[in-house]
Write a protein that binds this ligand. Structure first.
Ligand code: AMP
Ligand code: MG
Length: 329
């Protein structure tokens, strides 16, 4: 199969609609990462998404809709706090899990009676969703377990020959996947952290819990138990207070001919004074935006990525650390 990469215009949108309506998959930009989308009503199309990615078949997909889509046709029992959160943060990088009405294919939620809904803010994503006017089930557009894609080139590197069309909407500005929030209980619970932080949610909803998954537990959100975001090279991860140890390892590996690279924020890079660095940038939003492109750059350039965690561990860094620790496992 030939994979086209096209900028978003009337022609590429018309082609994307045709592909989606005949049960195919289209890669689309969003403000978090690129997604691989299919018609959520079409079981065969949804199953194809799992096949293309090599995604485990118990890891449910998020359904993406445009901002005027009638959500009440898909889910029910929307609590008051969820309406407040939607008003505050949508369209945006927040996925909300509700009780499903069972109108989309069962393959989307992998047998769960809930459905995860996201309204992306990315203008290109909104144009695509409006144009097809269907709920679109879309996981990240990478091969399962590999680093998520934040550019059309990243998608092409993973899925060339496996999808017909990649809509190119530029670099994803957010850089890490959406916050996933369970809205089926009396208070919201973060299932996956992201750019909309637990503190931001608590401010609007009054309170907000966080679900911490431990190996061996039954996962409420099955995605949390899988290895993820991994570059195709050796990796290791140090705490910010283990910088000396990390530099020692870097020097040792370099002396032995290993092409080792440091991966860290700008502040740590200044302190480490090593030559080969994948610099994630200065503040938490920059670090989130650069994380996946730097991991992908790292796997191309180096044999070993020595990651050092940023000193700041709250806010958006909760989501960054969640990805980084899975990438470097
Ligand atoms: P990805 O599509 O790769 O960004 O992953 C989607 C994430 O959303 C995974 O962590 C899933 O476990 C989670 N998710 C999707 N649907 C549901 C649902 N109905 N209930 C809980 N978590 C969900
Ligand atoms: Mg993913």
């Amino acid at each position: 199969m030939d994979t086209k990469v096209l900028k978003i215009d009337e022609n590429s949108l018309a082609l994307s609609k045709e592909i989606i309506e005949r049960g195919g998959a289209v890669a689309i930009p969003t403000e978090t990462v690129y997604g691989l989308g299919a018609n959520a009503f079409d079981t065969a199309a949804v199953e194809r998404i799992f096949e293309i990615k090599g995604r485990p078949n118990d890891n449910p997909l998020i359904v993406h809709i445009h901002k005027d889509y009638d959500i009440s046709t898909l889910v029910e029992d929307i609590p008051e706090y969820a309406k407040l959160l939607a008003r505050a943060f949508l369209p945006g990088p927040l996925t909300m899990v509700y009780k499903s009405k069972g109108t989309v294919s069962k393959a989307v939620s992998c047998g769960l009676n809930t459905l995860a809904i996201r309204i992306p803010a990315h203008e290109g994503a909104q144009r695509f969703l409006k144009f097809v006017n269907l709920p679109i089930a879309a996981p990240s557009a990478n091969v399962s377990k590999h680093v998520s894609p934040t550019t059309a080139e990243h998608v092409f590197a993973d899925l060339n020959g496996k999808v017909e069309l990649i809509l190119d909407g530029g670099k994803s500005v957010g850089g890490i996947e959406s916050t996933v929030l369970d809205c089926t209980g009396s208070t919201p619970v973060v299932l996956r952290s992201g750019l909309i932080t637990r503190e931001m949610i608590a401010k609007v909803a009054g309170e907000c819990g966080e679900y911490v998954y431990k190996d061996g537990m039954r996962a409420i959100s099955p995605g949390m138990k899988y290895k993820h975001y991994s570059p195709n090279c050796r990796t290791c991860l140090f705490n910010f207070d283990e910088l000396d140890k990390a530099v020692k390892l870097y020097n040792y590996e370099r002396a032995n001919g290993v092409n080792a690279y440091f991966l860290c924020d700008d502040e740590t890079a200044q302190k480490a004074k090593v030559e080969y660095v994948l610099n994630l940038g200065k503040d938490e939003n920059e670090v989130a935006a650069n994380l996946y492109s730097k991991l992908r750059e790292g796997e191309k350039k180096s044999d070993l990525i020595i990651a050092v965690a940023p000193e700041k561990q709250d806010g958006v860094m909760v989501g960054v650390m969640n990805r980084l620790s899975k990438a470097c496992r």
